[in-house]
Design a protein around this ligand. Structure first.
Ligand code: ADP
Length: 876
């Protein structure tokens, strides 16, 4: 260390405290990076890597970015998940002795971004803290830009915690310092979170209130860990952080992250876009805060009947009282993001324009209150009465801040005349001085007789008198002191001009200084309104979401759902809201859904592309819509309150995680079967498709039986195994339904109509034809299908078939003729595999055990086959 220059030594000692961040070290107008940071940053930011003398001729790697454009570079690093420690000069270089003192003033991290392009206005930016408990984890979530804090216990493993964090799009996770390395690696590498470690929490006194009301040590610990990290990295006021709200596991409908993805609640499955999701459909909010709350609501449908009914009834009022709703909407469009603004106030980075926006937003509140009060709804009237328009704050801002204030808070022109006597005096002095100068110009013209004489100002000379060359002979040489000679003019000053100039300039300088001071005072005053502003933001955003529900419900002709206490589903003329929206409305075929205790499991058959998944999702989305308080796309809807929704839909390969589609399918099924209750909704789409026919079909059947007999959750199960439709005779609460398709001129026509009973066939080849597979291939498939069907009827063995994995009506039956024949040939007793299968107690097995057992059975048959073929070869 001693070999380095004092500045590099200073750099190294600061860097030692910020190992995990890029250290942006301020040198003049640049932020410089050194050593390893320089090597990495030059790559990540594609900037030139240079070097500098670090002492005793040691060249050390260096790269830098200009201070004025640093935001852009910092943004790039943050977006890639890195942290950036901003190290500034903290003393005036003019008075510094030796190396200028420097210190880190803020660490910017993916989870602590406060403004700029990295923040989407309608999306919360979350940072989380997790702490391991004896059982499960404590989890705290904070959006530092809005100050919102929640905390809860997750009684599950780290993987479940990660999935939950992922589904909230958490960017950064704080963990205890001593967390297991393997676990940290999993968070960082597998789940791609930025991970930060925090030791024993250190929290300033004034922030103790944030966690003080939490009911357990576990909750407090994880909350404190988060706050401590924020204090340590942000190094500024965090007064806008709200008290932690405990989220009870039983407060909201549980939708596990997989199901959220499958149902495309906030983004689409494949493209990961908002467009095409439920959020996109519902987002008729007009404020940024409303947009964020809508997303939170979609992710947390309610369970409390009264709360659901309250929201529904408000939506009803907004539907009926169109005029009031439109008035409110209009006012809301001019309400600025109060929540994030409160955060900026606490952080100390609001400018005068923000405060003008704040004032204009607050000025809209009385009209919103009036409209709400005027509505025919006691709940809305109460909300109106509870809304505090922060009149005092509004008045302060109205009296103090100029409407056209500039962005900069250091250049004056912010504060209104009449707000502060001292400021007015300076301004008068300056204005008077200026008018004195204007009159001086006039009197000098008269005295000298030079009509073109001008008094001007520049930063170098201040005020001066300018006379053109042709008039120089008229100048009063005694009074005029020459200052500058130009090509065709001369510039002069006079003592009285300089005297006035001093007064004007001093007054201006002082007034700018005073304005800055006054602005800071006003900002402090605004700070004291943060809790009121946050409360108002919450009230306004809820109104915004509820009016959005009314707008969507009206344009989509949705109906107010009725809550069933008996677990009954009766949807008539139901539609999938997003599919309907994406296509020509009149082309959508609406369908009914009837389920109750007697009709608890619906087994759906029908060709691929017929609309089975759409039908199933429609039920889940209708439930979610109702439980967030929105109307439902149907002619009529009666729905129970579901405690949880599980889906196993589509082929969501988790290849990055090294898991096959089938394994994912089984894991999702396992999760659903172990967590679902009688009050849950289960959507299982084509379970068993990912493996061979026998495997798949046996699993599908055993899963249906298990749900039917042991869980009792309302279940929609789509399948292409037509064989399963016989279950209707065996399982009393299971009913077959199918999505109708007809054949016209040899082509399949999907009617998308759901009817009772089973489908007549699969139409797989027709779908392949629609997908434009080669014509000869389709012809061959039709030929093979005909063979299969006739062979099946005649009980002859199937020829030319190597795999049993077929997906059509011609599926091989369980006791396929070829097997039977083989057994006859061998003249033996029933195959031992069949014996084993018969004895299996499927109902007491978990799906995974069933899968393993099947795997073994299959293996034993395969081995036998190999031996047979070896034997055949050796006999040829
Ligand atoms: P399946 O699950 O049977 O393979 P999907 O539910 O994925 O079929 O539906 C396939 C396509 O059919 C959908 O993308 C949609 O365009 C259309 N579709 C589904 N249901 C309907 C409906 N009720 N009315 C009109 N079109 C529908």
């Amino acid at each position: 260390m001693a070999e380095y220059t004092p500045m590099i030594q200073q750099y190294l000692s600061i860097k030692a405290d910020y190992e995990d961040a890029f250290l942006f070290f301020r040198l003049g107008d640049f932020y410089e990076l050194f050593f390893e940071d320089a090597l990495r940053a030059s790559q990540e930011l594609e900037i030139t890597l240079t070097s500098r003398d670090g002492g005793k001729g040691n060249r050390i790697p260096m790269c830098g970015v200009p201070h004025h454009s640093s935001q852009n570079y910092i943004g790039q690093l943050i977006e890639k998940g890195f942290k950036v420690a901003i190290c500034e000069q903290v003393e005036d270089p003019k008075v510094a002795k030796g190396v200028v003192k420097r210190d880190v003033v803020q660490v910017i991290t993916p989870g602590t971004v406060m403004e700029g392009t990295l923040l989407d206005e309608k999306t919360n930016n979350y940072i989380a803290s997790i702490t391991p408990l004896d059982e499960g984890y404590g989890m705290a979530i904070c959006d530092i830009s809005t100050g919102q804090n929640t905390v809860k216990i997750i009684p599950e493993d780290l993987k479940s915690v990660c999935l939950e964090l992922q589904s909230l799009a958490v960017k950064e996770v704080i963990v205890p310092k001593d967390m297991d390395d393997e676990q940290v690696k999993m968070l960082e590498e597998f789940y791609q979170f930025t991970v930060s470690k925090e030791g024993e929490p250190v929290i300033p006194e004034d922030l103790h209130t944030i966690t003080e009301d939490l009911s357990s040590h576990a909750l407090k610990d994880t909350g404190n860990q988060l706050i401590s990290y924020l204090v340590r990295t942000q190094k500024r006021s965090l007064e806008h952080l709200q008290k932690f709200e405990t989220v009870e596991a039983t407060a909201y409908m549980k939708i596990d992250p997989n199901s959220k993805r499958n149902l495309e609640l906030v983004e689409t499955l494949r493209q990961k876009q908002k467009k095409g999701s439920l959020l996109w459909l519902l987002d008729k909010t007009v404020t940024a805060m409303g947009g964020r709350v809508l997303k939170q609501w979609i992710e947390q449908p309610l369970l409390d009947r009264q709360a659901i009914e309250e929201r529904l009834s408000i939506v009803e009022s907004f539907m009926k009282q169109f005029f009031n709703r439109e008035q409110i909407r209009e006012q809301l469009t001019e309400v600025y993001d109060l929540e994030r603004l409160a955060g900026k106030v606490a952080y100390g980075n609001v400018n005068a324009r923000d405060l003008i926006q704040l004032k204009r937003s607050l000025q809209k509140v009385p009209a919103i209150k009036d409209q709400l009060l005027d509505m025919d709804h006691a709940g809305l009237q109460q909300r109106s009465n509870e809304m505090d328009p922060c009149t005092d704050l509004c008045e302060i801002l109205e009296a103090s801040i100029h409407e056209d204030a500039p962005i900069s808070i250091k250049e004056g022109n912010i504060i209104k005349d009449g707000y502060h006597a001292g400021l007015d005096e300076y301004r008068n002095a300056s204005v008077n001085g200026k008018s004195w100068i204007a009159s001086l110009e006039q009197s000098e013209r008269e005295k000298t007789g030079i009509r073109s004489l001008k008094i001007r100002f520049n930063r170098v000379f201040g005020y001066y008198i300018e006379v053109t060359k042709s008039n120089l002979h008229l100048v009063d040489e005694e009074r005029y002191e020459r200052k500058q000679t130009l090509a065709n003019a001369e510039r002069f000053i006079t003592p009285e001009l300089k005297e006035k100039e001093d007064i004007i300039l001093q007054a201006e300088e002082k007034s700018v200084e005073l304005e800055y001071e006054l602005f800071l005072q006003i900002r402090e005053q605004v700070k004291s309104f943060i809790p009121q502003l946050q409360r108002l933001a919450k009230q306004i955003s809820e109104i915004d979401v509820l009016q959005a529900f009314a707008v969507v419900s009206e344009s989509g002709q949705y109906r107010k759902p009725i809550i069933s206490q008996e677990g009954r589903i009766r949807i008539e003329g139901g539609r999938h809201p997003v599919v309907e929206q994406m296509m020509n409305r009149q082309d959508y075929v609406s369908n009914d859904v009837h389920m109750d205790d007697e009709r608890g499991v619906l087994l759906i058959t029908g060709p691929n592309m017929a609309g089975k998944s759409t039908y199933m999702r429609q039920v889940a989305l209708a439930s979610i819509l109702m439980q967030i308080g929105c109307y439902v796309p149907a002619e009529h809807a009666t729905l129970p309150i579901f405690d949880q929704i599980f889906t196993r839909i589509g082929a969501a390969d988790d290849l990055a995680g090294g898991q096959s589609t089938f394994m994912v399918e089984m894991m999702e099924t396992q999760y659903a079967l172990t967590h679902a209750t009688e009050r849950s909704l289960l959507l299982l789409d084509e379970i068993g498709r990912g493996t061979s026919t026998y495997d798949g079909m046996s699993l599908a059947q055993s899963i249906i039986e298990y749900i039917h007999d042991n869980i009792g959750a309302k279940t929609l199960f789509s399948t292409h195994y037509h064989e399963l439709t016989v279950l209707e005779e065996k399982l009393s609460r299971l009913h077959n339904i199918h999505v109708k398709a007809i054949e016209e001129d040899g082509k399949v026509v999907f009617l998308h109509r759901v009817e009772d009973g089973k489908a007549d066939r699969s139409y797989g080849i027709h779908v392949a034809e629609l997908a434009e597979l080669p014509t000869e291939l389709i012809a061959r498939a039709n030929e093979l299908l005909a063979d299969f069907e006739s062979e099946k009827k005649q009980g002859r063995p199937v020829e030319k078939v190597e795999s049993k994995e077929r997906d059509s009506e011609g599926q091989l039956s369980f006791f396929e003729p070829s097997d039977v024949k083989k057994q006859e040939n061998k003249n033996t007793a029933p195959h031992p595999a069949l014996e084993k299968l018969k004895k299996m107690e499927l109902l007491s097995m978990t799906p995974l055990e069933a899968m393993n057992a099947l795997y073994e059975l299959q293996l034993s048959i395969k081995q036998e086959k190999q031996e047979d073929s070896k034997w055949a070869k050796s006999n040829n």
